[in-house]
Design a binder for this molecule. Structure first.
Ligand SMILES: *Cc1c(COP(=O)(O)O)cnc(C)c1O
Length: 466
């Protein structure tokens, strides 16, 4: 038997161990970072090791790695497993193509383009639209910013920036915006953080005031980042109203839908993106709402000319056959590029667009259950609103940071905390569509039981946990 066949048998054995472990211990036993290297043998040695030791080490690593697919993981903007997507990703690893040329990726190019075409249709972009799969949502935002910069200051590509460009985003937007301004040569100081309303949505009036101030000062407004699903509250910026301004002042509009842009698949929730077809670019992460393995991020561009203008470069040693439409390296940031499309395609192909819609709708349904539970229980304070899958709350005046940390350290459940306008709270994310109503109610049950057991410690000594 080949080495690969043997290793696949080992793989299946390890999968069985992992799934059993997830059932018995949905929250992994935490290894304190101070003793990590003393607890598992992670060392690399000169000599090969025997198979049994290798296997045991792998099991140790699997068992103690945080479990993101179980029904007690609510910490991140991803979670759970979509089996058909995992199948696709495993195949992508075996195939090991690179997505830059048709010569090397063949039908995988068509798979990626089909996802992009169908996504553009759902967004409402026209015949000139296209897109690519960047390494993640941060990179999608970066690519959008670079296209905006080059569109406003075309000689930038050869001479470097010649104009004092400014960009706009809400105070609640993703932190990649600040870094990207620095990478793009604009500078973090040129990011204008626009205030949001009491539900975390950017205020278009404040945006216009700031644009006018910058114009008066001789600056050049180049880019507006609107967010579809803010990182803490899951709020949707009013794209239509923002588009009125970006069209009026000729500014690039990017819609960052990394978190919740997948509502394009839901007939019921698509209205949250009203006006998105007027944007210049739109991105979403299938590894968030749609549950594919990390990472699976897609950026769509209303006019593909901008992708070519900013990212193509001739390279004779690479592009040797077929046209530009099949050589995807002409519109990507990097050269060698992992196949992130196949896992999304196997998911979409197997369950249809209707299946993706169900995945999205399930998350809003679970959020409604959580929000109702919180709203109808006097021990809780609710900070969230409808149409958000981030349910933010506090329980019995307990410091949310202390509570989250203790829940994690005691392997009860994994959940995070956030801030909005000076308030801190627990942020419970219903992004795992494989969860049921019972899983959501169970989360509150285990939280309440834990608090009951530790109430005095939680109420009296919040500073004990740092
Ligand atoms: C998660 C997220 C990002 C970053 O995406 P990565 O794939 O983690 O880089 C950007 N914007 C928003 C709104 C997000 O929620």
């Amino acid at each position: 038997m080949s080495e690969l066949s043997n290793d696949l048998i080992l793989f299946n054995e390890l999968v069985a161990v992992l799934l059993k472990e997830e059932e018995n211990h949905p929250v992994a036993k935490r290894i304190d970072s101070n003793v990590l290297y003393d607890t598992i043998d992670l060392s690399l040695q000169k000599a090969a090791i025997v198979d049994d030791v290798f296997k045991k080490t792998l099991k140790d690593v699997l068992i103690s790695t945080p479990k993101t697919a179980t029904n007690l993981f609510f910490n991140q903007l991803f979670g759970g497993r979509q089996s058909k997507a995992i199948l696709g990703d495993l195949l992508a690893v075996l195939l090991n193509n690179s997505m830059y040329t048709y010569k090397v990726a063949g039908p995988q190019v068509g798979i990626e383009q089909e996802i992009i075409r169908q996504s553009c249709k759902l967004v409402g972009y026209g015949a000139q639209s296209n897109g690519t799969f960047p390494t993640g949502g941060s990179m999608s935002n970066y690519m959008a910013l670079i296209m905006a910069r080059d569109a406003k200051d075309p000689s930038c590509r050869t001479k470097g920036m010649t104009k004092p460009l400014v960009m706009y985003t809400s105070k609640e937007s993703h932190y990649s915006n600040a870094k990207n301004a620095s990478f793009a040569g604009m500078g973090r100081g040129q990011v204008r953080y626009i205030e949001s309303d009491d539900r975390g949505r950017m205020l278009p009036g404040k945006l216009e005031e700031q644009i006018k101030r910058d114009l008066e000062n001789g600056l050049v407004p180049a880019y507006v980042n609107a967010t579809a699903g803010t990182t803490v509250l899951g709020a949707f910026d009013p794209i239509d109203k923002i588009a009125n301004l970006t069209e009026k002042y000729n500014i690039w509009l990017h819609v960052d839908g990394a978190y919740c842009g997948s509502v394009i698949f839901s007939d019921e929730k698509r209205h949250l993106l009203k006006g998105v077809e007027r944007s210049d670019s739109f991105s979403y992460n299938a590894h968030k709402m749609l549950g594919t393995p990390l990472t699976c991020s897609i950026i769509l561009v209303n006019d593909k000319k901008h992708l070519h203008d900013s990212f193509s470069n001739d390279a004779e040693y690479l592009y040797q056959t077929d046209g530009d439409d099949f050589n995807l390296g002409k519109t990507s940031f990097q050269c060698g590029r992992r196949n992130d499309a196949l896992k999304f395609w196997t998911l979409w192909k197997s369950m249809g667009t209707d299946g993706l819609e169900n995945i999205v709708d399930q998350q809003f349904y679970l959020a409604d259950i959580a929000r109702n539970y919180v709203a109808n229980n006097p021990d809780y304070t609710l900070y969230s609103f409808e149409d958000s899958i981030s349910v933010c709350f506090n329980y019995k005046n307990i410091d949310p940071k202390t509570l989250c940390t203790l829940l994690y350290e005691h392997q009860i459940t994994v959940v995070g905390f956030g801030d909005f306008k000076g308030e801190s709270f627990i942020r419970f994310v219903t992004i795992n569509a494989t969860n049921t109503e019972a899983d959501i109610l169970n989360f509150f049950k285990v939280l309440e039981a834990f608090v009951k057991e530790n109430e005095s410690a939680l109420l009296l000594a919040p500073e004990k946990v740092k």
